[in-house]
Design a protein. Sequence first.
Length: 394
Amino acid sequence: MGRKTCVYCGKEITKRSREHVIQNALGGLYESEDICCPECNNYISSCIDAPFTKIFNPIIGNIDDFSKTNNTKSTPAYSGIVSYKDKLYHANIKNGKVVSCPDLSREQRCDISKIPVQIISYDFNINNNDFKTGIAKIAFNYALDKGIDFDILKGGLDIKKTGPNIQAITFNYPIIPFYPLNPIDSFIELKTNFNLYHTMILFSQHNTLWCYIDLFNTFQYYVLLSESMPAGTHVYENYAQTLQKINRKEPTLDIFSPKDIMIYAQQYGVEPCMDLSEFSRRIKNAIAKKSQKQDLQSIISSKMSAMPLEYRLNIMQDTQKLIAFGQSMHLYFDENDCLIPENFRTLTISEDGTKLLSYPYAINTQISHDIKPLKKYTMDKFERLTLSLCQKSR
Ligand SMILES: [Zn+2]
């Protein structure tokens, strides 16, 4: 069932197309049908997606078996900081290798390839409008794909037209950065192994509609999509995927007749075709894609099962911590230790463990009093990301 008219310009959509909700350049696999017309789609990809995805180039250039499906051969260049003999230099990097470092080359009077430098960190420019717009666009697309009425979402959308032609599209939804307000979330984000994944959680709370977005397990934000949710409506959806292709063994296909092809096509959800090598390629792709789609429950549960005894013991020594810990456990997990997804990242517990709070609003209140914990958390997450990327490129 496709949308009949473009959400941006209102023209009838005559040519059907699929769009990636999280940009394909970022390895996003979730596709949605027909959000807009081809012309508006062009505007979005060149004016919103391109500057946004560029911010993540250092990550993309460093992931093995990255899940991007289009233009798989193009590898982006990016910048960062390198060290040589205890001095730091700004450098341009590609494929985890330093391609130019003007200051150091000048000092040493030689080609950078002859100098053994070490990559220390990468540049991520997240304090600009391109970043906020890109995050908001993901939230907007996910909500539309999940059937949220356009009228509920249009408050944050600003479309400038001259006549029937689009001049500019801007997304002005308020954005709140995430940081953990309870001991379970602190543990999950900072004490478990770092893995790369994207998640999206769309949820309503009273008259508000939020989308929590986590890109690369590092860039975590709440987007306030609406404050005019009709009374009595309840929305909850989540999506999670890993970012590395998983090499799965190909199934042996016993094909003796066209009927067998039809059976396999249905089983793996691919288009049937008579060319057997092409057909098995399609099945292989379908399996790879499916293996990357994960559910939020299994990601979080596996992180929780890694909680060391000493972490628990440490918490037990502090009564206040223990109460908050117990209450958060009770909020997030059922009696079988299974995650209750509807509560995860949507609600949290007040510091004294007595009140249930809306997570985004609680963060908003905290950061208006003191921004330091958020800053510290953001730095810690970046450090974990950079460490994992720099280790790989060494
Ligand atoms: Zn359009």
